[in-house]
Ligand binder design. Structure first.
Ligand SMILES: [Zn+2]
Length: 294
């Protein structure tokens, strides 16, 4: 029988451990630990960027398992931990409350969203659409009672985050949300894109999204000297980034030019553009509102 919990602090240790997947010691490249929540239908990725004197956690996951427990296993010293959010959506801020303070995008919409949190009702919209969970909702998770408490210990994002042996630059890349950030490790050419870019459906149709901004943001990152991209969903890294960025740009250009869409989107009032002929079987597509292309 399904066991239900009133709140997440009652999850047992084993259940929390089952929730996450993360890079094991031998898989850690560039001193970046990926932390995956594989039960989300588009796997959610947070990243621990390890510096010589400080570490940076980019995003805090869904708040279902405790991401701080994953950090305990992956941080070997008492180095300072800096925590930052790419944007206000629930799958990127859920664990904020586990940390004393969190750097947030310098944008009033993002700050409002993070401070407001996500009510049960807002969450249920996501958790009850078909196919949200890989393999069904986890047995220990009660979709009906889950919500994310508003988080108010927010700190203004600095112009750069100095981890001593590596400098991380927050870059404004709006489009998915008005203040979405990407984080660029300029020392090593690593770009953490959050929900701006990953191999999968790029969501540009919700009220807080802006496809024109999305396109401009993709053009901004296309000019960076990138070695590896660490996306917010589906894969821990992608090395095929010049192609991925260019494909995404061309899809947003097609929408901007109001070309006929390839299919109706799975969400009502939306349409999709994709490149089945050139995308090597990857699932990249963009979803915009019908109003945008009319
Ligand atoms: Zn997301």
């Amino acid at each position: 029988m399904r066991k239900e919990f009133e709140n997440k602090t009652e999850y047992s240790k084993t259940e929390i451990e089952k929730w996450f997947d993360y890079s094991k010691d031998t898989e850690i490249e560039n001193d970046v630990v990926w932390i995956n929540e594989p039960h989300h239908f588009e796997d959610v990725y947070a990243f621990l960027v390890q510096g010589s004197s400080k570490d940076l956690l980019i995003d805090t996951g869904m708040g279902i398992g405790k991401i701080s427990n994953v950090l305990k296993q992956n941080r070997k010293s008492n180095k300072e931990l800096i925590v930052a959010n790419t944007h206000w959506h629930f799958d990127h801020i859920g664990g904020n409350s586990e940390f004393e303070k969190v750097l947030v995008p310098n944008n009033s919409n993002e700050i409002r969203g993070i401070e407001k949190g996500w009510s049960k009702m807002e969450m249920s919209k996501y958790f009850f659409f078909d196919g949200f969970w890989h393999g069904g909702a986890p047995s220990f998770f009660n979709t009906e009672s889950f919500g994310i408490t508003g988080y108010t210990n927010t700190v203004k994002m600095p112009e750069e985050i100095n981890l001593d042996n590596r400098i991380i630059i927050p870059i404004e890349t709006p489009g998915h949300t008005p203040g979405s950030l990407s984080f660029f490790d300029s020392t090593n050419g690593l770009l953490f894109t959050g929900d701006l870019l990953y191999e999968g459906p790029l969501y540009a149709f919700e009220q807080e999204s802006n496809p024109d901004d999305y396109l401009e943001s993709l053009k901004i990152i296309s000019k960076l000297q990138i070695e590896t991209i660490y996306p917010g969903h589906n894969h821990s890294t992608t090395k095929d980034f010049p192609n991925l960025i260019n494909e995404a740009i061309s899809l947003f250009e097609r929408a901007k030019n109001k070309e006929v869409w390839d299919s109706d989107g799975e969400f009502s009032g939306t349409v999709e553009y994709q490149h089945p002929e050139i995308n090597n079987g990857r699932r990249l597509k963009i979803i915009v509102s019908k109003d945008y292309v009319k």
